[in-house]
Design a protein around this ligand. Structure first.
Ligand SMILES: Cc1ncc(COP(=O)(O)O)c(C=O)c1O
Length: 439
């Protein structure tokens, strides 16, 4: 076997090291992956992962749905199905999306293996090497992994507490066009953003769609958390305003359970046809069994009531997290999400969340460093804290531990910088004011 091109990721112990396709270079394990293996030990309070709290779903709801599916349509459930998804489920998905103002036709829905797979399929259809994907900065880490695996460049557009900043989007587009770049789509998470926790305002949704229309840029609207609001529902989906320029992604992972691996894309006709072909090429058909069980669950259970239950669980945990931050870390700033799973924290000047992570894990608390959510190494002064999985009591313990790690870090910094009172965590409340700019 002969080497065909320059080395990729991996190491020379791998006999196939020189044989991987160039796109495989985009598939890198996160630098903090090894630490997360340690962080999954029970004694560690992990504020790092984004696992839904599936224990809040009564198992009987799923068991009964499975039982009925197997008794009534077992051979269909165990068989290959349509590459577009089970028709009755696609109709039910319309009702789910209707809660966020979307009117659509079931023909334009493509069921996928989680919305993650829809992200993969859309990327496969649109991205050539060197293309640009615009996304919020920070953005969902595993979407960026896909974009990079298609050798696209991720260009971050700053956001603030109202979401993506339209004026910044305009400027980025102008600059990229002037540089001769091809922008393929804007990837956005308008509701209860992962990782930033913020929600795009209604006025900005309108403005961003106008910009995208004017510049002929497709919008990829990723909305896993929209129905998991705490007080006020999020504004209606961008897709409710614009049919032809938006591919909308939804999922049952957060409102039911991720184990089913069922999500969907709602796309303009032409794109939808290609998505079905790409879906068939990748998986033949999404799981008939999962789709039929979900369909049965939606038809026979109080699924809206169950979403309410989830909302209550996550609201309580978010409140526990913010109360603990107020109490133990008043020197930091953080976003206050009205839904979803995540809070985005900004650290005092001089701290580095990535460098600090091993010490935090040693103190039995884990978080995700901000750098994971930027394609360009930004985010050192940020961390994402997830409140979805640990109990309120564990969250409190986790933040207390985090506070002790941060105080030690700041003391160290103070000692070496020798500039006197740098440690804002000792000057209670001093930095505890405005909503952080997370650009
Ligand atoms: C923003 C975002 N998009 C997509 C996904 C993928 O979800 P799934 O493939 O389970 O539908 C996630 C999962 O955490 C997410 O946070």
């Amino acid at each position: 076997m002969t080497a065909k091109r320059s080395p990729q990721t991996g190491n020379n112990l791998d006999p196939w090291y020189h044989h991987y396709a160039e796109r495989a270079a985009g598939l890198r394990a996160s630098e903090v992956r090894a630490l997360f293996a340690v962080a999954s030990r029970p004694e560690v309070v992990s504020l790092a992962g984004g696992m839904p709290f599936v224990a809040a779903l009564p198992p009987d709801l799923v068991i009964n749905a499975m039982d009925r599916v197997m008794r009534q349509q077992g051979p269909v459930a165990l068989q290959y199905g349509s590459g577009q998804g089970v028709p009755v489920l696609r109709e039910q998905i319309l009702e789910v999306m209707g809660l966020e103002g979307i009117r659509a036709h079931a023909d334009d829905v493509v069921v996928t293996t989680g919305s993650q797979h829809a992200l993969e399929l859309v990327s496969k259809l649109f991205l050539d090497p060197g293309d640009v994907v615009l996304s919020e900065g920070p953005s969902y880490v595993t979407a960026m992994v896909i974009f990079k695996s298609y050798q696209a460049e991720v260009e971050h557009v700053p956001m603030d507490e109202h979401g993506l900043i339209p004026e910044a989007l305009r400027q980025h587009i102008q600059r990229l066009k002037a540089a001769g770049k091809t922008i393929k789509f804007l990837y956005t998470i308008p509701n209860f953003h992962n990782p930033a926790g913020v929600t795009l305002s209604w006025a900005r949704r309108l403005e961003i769609l106008e910009i995208a229309r004017a510049d002929d840029i497709l919008v990829l609207e990723d909305n896993p958390y929209g129905l998991l609001y705490f007080d006020q529902p999020a504004p209606d989906a961008m897709r409710s305003l614009e049919e032809d320029g938006v591919v909308y992604l939804g999922t049952f992972s957060k409102t039911l359970a991720p184990g089913f691996r069922v999500g969907w894309a709602l796309a303009p006709h032409a794109i939808r046809e290609k998505l079905v072909l790409a879906n068939e090429a990748a998986v033949l058909s999404p799981s008939s069994f999962s789709q039929l069980v979900i369909s049965e669950y939606l038809a026979t259970s109080d699924w809206k009531g169950q979403i309410n239950t989830f909302r209550g669980v996550y609201r309580e945990r978010k409140n526990a997290l913010l109360d603990a931050l107020e109490e133990y870390l008043p020197g930091l700033t953080w976003t206050n999400p009205n839904g979803g799973f995540y809070v985005w924290v900004t650290l005092p000047e001089g701290l580095d969340s990535k460098a600090m992570l091993p010490r935090a894990v040693k103190e039995l608390v884990a978080y995700t460093p901000g750098t994971a959510f930027f394609a360009d190494g930004d985010g050192r002064r940020n961390m994402r804290l997830s409140f979805c999985y640990p109990t309120p009591d564990h969250i409190r313990v986790g933040i207390r531990r985090l506070a002790s790690v941060l105080r030690d870090e700041l003391d160290l910094l103070e000692t070496f910088a020798g500039t006197g009172s740098l440690n804002p965590l000792r000057a209670e409340g001093r930095f505890n004011s405005p909503p952080p700019d997370i650009s």
